[in-house]
Design a protein around this ligand. Structure first.
Ligand code: OGA
Ligand code: MN
Length: 220
């Protein structure tokens, strides 16, 4: 069975069940129309109305080597801050997903952080992993929600999800409006191919509690 699935207007409980099931079986899920459409529209309007300078060149990890960054990725990002109505609604939905996944898969997901991302024409993000075994990011499960109305294949900007061995592509994800990708952060190298149109997404990460290992969780 493929993890690629789509449905019309499922109930939320069913949605969390299906996402958890796909992650349990395949390590990832790509699903359409799972985030409520009113929430999608609020996020899209919020993102489109942000002043251009609200989004800034994205960094890699915690060091700040801009030369390297420019080679690896050229998107611009802005964190979703709790306290903003739209952000709170989205973070609330992700909190339900967190609880639903923990209930079914016992991943011990502890919190969630997310940012808006804008890829201007020509922008890309080379193949990378969101977390490494033994690394200090505590990221366990990555999410990407796409907000691009009437996206066409010739617009580029696909996300390629690779197998752990980095040899085979397990999924090619068009950044279609309302599509949600969820995958185990350590297990799936992935990349964003150069986009030809401005491309919007919200990337987020469920994390485990870093302080459990006896050290304080570093700030992002
Ligand atoms: C990321 C990322 C993928 C995408 O921000 O780490 O891999 O499709 N984003 O936007
Ligand atoms: Mn990534």
């Amino acid at each position: 069975m493929s993890a690629l699935a789509s449905t019309l207007e499922p109930t939320d409980g069913d949605v969390f069940e299906r996402i958890a099931q796909a992650i349990g079986r395949h390590g990832y899920a790509v699903m359409d129309a799972v985030v409520p459409s009113a929430l999608l529209d609020s996020l899209f309007v919020h993102l489109c109305n942000l002043p251009g300078e609200a989004l800034t060149r994205a960094g890699i990890g915690r060091e700040d080597d801009h030369q390297l960054n420019r080679f690896v990725r050229s998107d611009e990002t802005r964190w979703l801050e709790p306290g903003e109505a739209v952000a709170d609604e989205f973070l609330g939905w992700m909190e339900q997903l967190r609880l639903g996944i923990n209930r079914r898969l016992f991943l011990g997901l502890f919190d969630y952080e997310a940012h808006y991302a804008r890829y201007s024409p020509g922008a890309f993000y080379r193949r990378h992993r969101d977390a490494f075994a033994g690394g200090d990011s505590n990221r366990v499960l990555s999410t990407v929600l796409y907000l691009n109305p009437s996206w066409m294949p010739e617009d580029g900007g696909e996300m390629l999800l690779y197998a752990d061995d980095e040899l085979s592509i397990v999924e090619r994800v068009q950044p279609l409006y309302g599509r949600l990708a969820v995958f185990l952060s350590e297990d799936f190298p992935h990349e964003v191919l150069p986009t030809r149109r401005t491309r919007y997404s919200i990337a987020g990460w469920f994390r485990v509690n870093g302080s459990l290992g006896g050290h304080i969780d570093p700030p992002r």
